[in-house]
Ligand binder design. Structure first.
Ligand code: ATP
Ligand code: MG
Length: 416
């Protein structure tokens, strides 16, 4: 039986890869321009990094992780996100001894056991950027300005920046209790998951897609009305710096973000082109994460962009596929050898050229060249070679010209 890929795991094929490479290249350019450095972290980590970092009572840890016991009896997990691993690396290598402020980014696959559908997969890619070591709201605005700049540079429009404040260790527990109180006589309206969430993590109910849960929570108290004065001040400054950075935003009091580690600033960038999976980027501040995983008190803020959803939004009129420059149609054995010699020289000069290895008829070779959308075909026949000539055909204009074999290479390089 033919072996297929696992459900929710995708191949990204050559006709799509140009978009991915463009997005990654733009991310590197923009982020490095903002002073960020790349970090590469393992795909596997100890399970407790995520259960402690992300939080036991989150969707990710409760039901989405790919966890297994390895041959040594250790519980390992395929990373469901990158922030916890980046924080671990920062602590493990004591990057703070070099400079307390670290601006890092990372691009790679994440794994979550979710129900696959458009824009939601079990292996998906994220572009992640994080700043460790700064509590100042200036940096909250700085990463958001960077994010929006990046999204604009890849050509994405119809985006909306939504922000909220989730409070901190001091004020959030009070809000949690308020929310619990508010929902306690509506619990019959909640789905099974949310009845449990009401006890373990009531803020998670905001993220539930079940309609009756959304109705139950419609007129709930807002976290923003319960945050302490320190958090309020921080949030006001974030807004001020966003405006100073030329950005507009929408306050979304219902956005709570799915991970426990978020404190204060939370943000999402949504697009109105994607249907229900409309979040392309989620991010926020997490001033408790480091303590959860290592004991040090280090603030952090960052975001994760979902690559699949971003690629879906790229402008349709842009050409991302790299086509060949030249096809060499060789006719006869001697011509094929000459074509092979030429092909190597062209490749060494960075010209994307292709030949037909089978010695097929001219008609069949031209058909292949057509399909490959090459702009030029070089026709090499035994007769032409013996006269020291080759024919170059412009596939668009259909015009042909003879060029001397002597300076064929330079001639081609000039043309292409
Ligand atoms: P959602 O509400 O869509 O489940 P999330 O809050 O779980 O998103 P984050 O953990 O914040 O998502 O991840 C950041 C981004 O990663 C999301 O905005 C989305 O673009 C992308 N993403 C998350 N989960 C998936 C998935 N299973 N498949 C594809 N992309 C995903
Ligand atoms: Mg999710």
């Amino acid at each position: 039986m033919e072996i297929k890929a696992i459900r929710g795991f995708n191949d990204i094929l050559p006709d799509e890869i140009g978009k991915w490479q463009f997005v990654e290249k733009t991310a590197r350019e923009v982020f490095e321009g903002f002073g960020f450095s790349e970090i590469r972290i393992p795909i596997l980590e100890k399970t407790e990094l995520f259960s402690r970092g992300i939080g036991e009572a989150t969707d990710i840890v409760e039901k989405e992780m790919y966890t297994f016991i390895d041959r040594g009896g250790h519980s390992l997990t395929l990373r469901p996100e990158a922030t916890a691993s980046m924080a671990r690396a920062y602590l493990e290598h004591q990057l703070y001894t070099f400079d307390p402020v670290a601006k890092l980014y990372c691009i790679g696959p994440m794994f979550r056991y979710e129900r696959p559908q458009k824009g939601r997969y079990r292996q998906f890619y994220q572009i992640d950027a994080e700043v460790f070591g700064v509590e100042n709201p200036m940096v909250d605005a700085e990463v958001i300005v960077m994010l929006i700049d990046f999204l604009k540079k890849v050509g994405i429009e119809k985006l909306e920046l939504q922000i909220n404040s989730l409070g901190c260790r001091i004020c959030r527990p009070g809000y949690r209790e308020e929310l619990k109180k508010f929902l306690s006589n509506k619990s019959f309206q909640l789905c099974e998951d949310c009845q449990r969430r009401l006890q373990t993590n009531p803020l998670r109910i905001f993220d539930c897609k079940v309609e009756s849960c959304q109705e139950a929570i419609a007129n709930s108290p807002k976290v923003i009305d319960f945050i302490c004065s320190e958090c309020q001040k921080h949030f006001d400054q974030v807004k001020e710096y966003l405006e100073a950075g030329g950005l507009t935003y929408l306050l979304n009091p219902r956005m709570v973000r799915g991970l426990d580690y978020y404190t204060r600033t939370a943000f999402e960038v949504v697009s109105y082109q994607l249907g229900s999976q409309n979040a392309v980027t989620g991010g926020g501040r997490y001033d408790n994460l480091f303590q959860e995983i290592g004991g040090l008190e280090i603030p952090g803020i960052g975001f994760a962009i979902g690559m699949e959803r971003l690629v879906l939004l790229l402008p349709k009129d842009r050409e991302f596929v790299q086509t060949l420059h030249l096809f060499i149609a060789a006719l006869g054995e001697g011509a094929l050898k000459e074509a092979y010699r030429l092909l190597n020289e062209l490749h060494l000069r960075g010209i994307r050229a292709e030949i037909d290895y089978e010695g097929k008829s001219l008609k069949s070779q031209m058909r292949r060249a057509d399909k490959l959308k090459v702009p030029y075909v070089l026709i090499l026949g035994e007769k032409e070679i013996s006269r020291g000539k080759a024919v170059l055909r412009n596939m668009e204009t259909k015009s042909q010209e003879e060029i001397a074999m002597g300076d064929l290479l330079n001639n081609l390089v000039d043309k292409i």
